[in-house]
Design a protein around this ligand. Structure first.
Ligand code: FES
Length: 201
């Protein structure tokens, strides 16, 4: 799984987790919505802890937070009595889990076999060039994120990528470039509207 880019700055989490997490040490610099601790407590109160709880808890955390922060992975490992390396192994195996906070516009380019042989790498390269975001990274303004992932399950449309979960298939590098330029223009328009709204109160 990709690491968060080093140029991101985040407020440290100042909320103490509830329940058993109260005594747990948080990872410095990790801002986590405390709702996740309640949800994990609730899940574990209703289900047996152990390896079988790992994937459900990862889904729960990702659905709550949009990604899987290091602090949450550590706590899930501790609560289930599993080695952290096992938890990381599962997270990196499944493409739908992410340890990076999602960008406003998150692009995932499929690198499964069917897509790869149809030049999927040229799609991510086109996006990288237009949006200035590296694979596995998010732009500083958190607007654009780019990932390369395993099979997205739409091999008949290869090469495929998704934009915020919507599938785009049969793409050529020019299509990817067009989509990226379109996103840039959209983000620019949104910024203008926001600044006008701020100015007018
Ligand atoms: S290999 Fe890309 S969708 Fe299956």
């Amino acid at each position: 799984m990709n690491e968060r880019p080093s140029n991101e700055t985040r407020e440290p989490n100042r909320e103490a987790p509830s329940g058993i997490f109260a005594a747990a040490e948080m990872t410095p610099g990790e801002a986590v919505d405390p709702l996740i601790w309640t949800r994990i407590d609730t899940y574990l109160a209703r289900n047996r802890a152990g390896a079988e709880g790992l994937i459900p808890l990862l889904h729960l955390a990702q659905a709550t937070l949009g990604y899987l922060p290091a602090a949450v992975l550590e706590q899930i490992a501790a609560r289930l009595g599993l080695p952290l390396v096992q938890v990381h192994g599962v997270v990196s195996f499944y493409h739908f889990f992410s340890t990076t906070p999602p960008a406003k516009y998150q692009l995932k380019v499929c690198m499964g076999t069917a897509c790869f042989v149809r030049r999927a790498r040229a799609l991510s390269e086109a996006i990288r060039q237009v949006l200035g975001v590296d694979v596995g990274g998010v732009t500083k303004d958190q607007l654009f994120g780019l990932e390369e992932v395993r099979c997205l399950g739409s091999c008949g449309l290869a090469p495929v990528m998704t934009l915020n979960g919507d599938t785009h298939g049969n793409l050529k590098p020019g299509d990817a470039r067009k989509l990226a330029f379109g996103l840039q223009a959209k983000a620019r328009r949104e910024r203008i509207i926001e600044s006008v709204e701020e100015r007018d109160g």
